[in-house]
Write a protein that binds this ligand. Sequence first.
Ligand SMILES: N[C@@H]1[C@@H](O)[C@H](O)[C@@H](COP(=O)(O)O)O[C@@H]1O
Length: 238
Amino acid sequence: MNVKYFNSYESMSYFAASKLIRRIREIKQPVLGLATGSTPLGLYQELVSQHNKGVVSFENVITFNLDEYVGLGDSHAKSYKTYMRQHLIDKVDFNPKSFHIPNGQAIDLEKECNRYESLLLEKGPIDVQVLGLGHNGHIGFNEPGTPFKTKTHVVELDITTREANSRYFSSVSEVPKRSITMGIKSILRSDEILLLVSGEGKASALDKLLSHEISKEFPASALHRHDAVTVLVDQSSL
Ligand SMILES: N[C@@H]1[C@@H](O)[C@H](O)[C@@H](COP(=O)(O)O)O[C@@H]1O
């Protein structure tokens, strides 16, 4: 695990964007794994800005998002699908058919998880997977206790996760109780992983990760089982 420290959120985001752009230009049909939350917003802003300058095209890029809330989808302002459209997909020359995200409104959630996992296997492996870090060490929505062998599955969200994410909703009771997330196994299949760490209160999660203790009680520790992980730390925010 390679760890890089940055003095500002902007420099971390710029570095991450440059890395993705390099890969997009190297590979004929790049497959990116994307995250939501506050952390990657600067990265997406930088990708859009570089696209507007003509530095990068997303025409041939395929993307897979990590997760989606159960019950939310196209028409909901707080769905991760809407987030991705607002911050990246609708702002660049992206082929909408190449953007994949679990369908949180599927009637049969188990079937939806299997469909998403099969699609990942068919179109993958993911060339670069972007991750954020939850305060409790979650990656995607893989909460503490998730076995490392899990594939795309339905999760009961921790109350601490719902509270942390309630800032996007009018109250914590509006935050869905479940989500669909790529599993830890699905994430570890990626060729390369970029874990972005930014935000108040993330210092203890980062310390835990860097202690190298591997435990399913701290999902991000599974990343020690992958040999191409870079952790980008925005020191100014911790
Ligand atoms: N499901 C998302 C994760 O994909 C995200 O990486 C993490 C950190 O969020 P933030 O970047 O807002 O701190 O928590 C959320 O719940």
